[in-house]
Design a protein around this ligand. Structure first.
Ligand code: HH2
Length: 283
């Protein structure tokens, strides 16, 4: 997989890519309420997005519903009220614009508006969402989650987390292909923190290369999550170094795209990796 087809954009994956997180929610775990007042704060969102691109992001992921453990569910109308005006503006920028949604109705409206990718944390559980994406040439990210955001952290349990998540991702790829979405439009994601304990998350990161599905891009999101807090002992606002280290470890183990809040720090970490690998290749 060297190119991910995302509607009219082609994302070159011969080098790792950074996806910047734009949460237009009142309650996201790390940045809720920053970009949404009574309505989306469009000037501030555009400034944030431009800064992320200048810092090295190639994709921007816009979310209108928090998926943090126990988060309240949001209706499609409210989700669209939050994300649609935002994506309409972000589409002016030179980036792959993704929308983080599990609702077919939301996906349809934002794809009509021109977004390049749908990021579904339920991994395409709703066949209607797969049909909507299949009817376009946009990309789709399918993530693994045990349970639902409301229940997922109550008692996550696996026989063998690496094998089970790997099997699930391979199965979702088959389902997506049957629905009519080609391999070069698909992205898989092990879903760090979604129905996983710290030990599960660390095992997945350690064995990330085993989770790859042939011919399919891989995305990971660990940025600022509780696994970083548990390892470093730091609060949400002080997890950028731990998050950049986790992104680096993921790229070394085969991730193509890292979904992060702190783009500049992540880009520096990946620059260091590229410099070392280039020097290695030249020897
Ligand atoms: N994590 C979050 C949201 N969406 N999508 C993918 N593909 N992978 C992830 O790991 C992932 C995701 C949670 O992070 P965040 O968006 O910062 O928080 P919230 O869900 O509270 O808005």
């Amino acid at each position: 997989m060297t190119v991910l087809r995302c509607a009219d954009r082609a994302l070159d994956l011969s080098q790792p890519r950074i996806m910047g997180v734009i949460n237009v929610t009142p309650d996201s775990f790390s940045d809720g309420g920053r970009l949404l007042r009574a309505a989306p704060d469009l000037p501030r969102i555009l400034d944030t997005a431009r800064a992320m691109l200048a810092d090295g992001a190639a994709l921007l992921d816009v979310g209108g519903e928090s998926t943090r453990p126990g988060a309240a569910e949001v209706g499609a109308e409210e989700e669209l009220r939050r994300v649609l005006p935002v994506v309409e503006r972000l589409l002016e920028l030179d980036a792959v614009i993704s929308v983080d949604t599990s609702k077919a109705a939301v996906a349809r409206r934002v794809l009509d508006a021109g977004v390049h990718m749908i990021n579904d944390v339920t991994g395409g559980r709703d066949p209607a969402l797969l049909d909507v994406v299949a009817g376009t040439s946009a990309a789709l990210c399918v993530m693994h989650m045990q349970g639902t955001p409301r229940t997922m952290q109550s008692a996550p349990a696996y026989r063998d987390v690496v094998a089970e998540v790997g099997e699930h991702l391979a199965e979702r790829v088959v389902v997506c292909r049957r629905a009519g979405i080609a391999l070069d439009r698909l992205v898989v994601d092990p879903g760090f923190g979604f129905g996983k304990t710290l030990e599960h998350n660390l095992a997945l990161l350690r064995n990330l290369s085993r989770l790859r599905v042939d011919g399919v891009a891989m995305l990971v999101g660990m940025s600022r999550k509780s696994m970083i807090g548990a390892v470093t002992g730091r609060g949400i606002d002080s997890r950028s170094a731990g998050s950049a280290a986790a992104a680096l470890l993921a790229v070394q183990r085969g991730a193509d795209i890292v979904r992060v809040h702190d783009v500049a720090e992540t880009a520096d970490a990946l620059r260091m990796l590229a410099a070392v690998e280039c020097a290695d290749a030249a020897r």
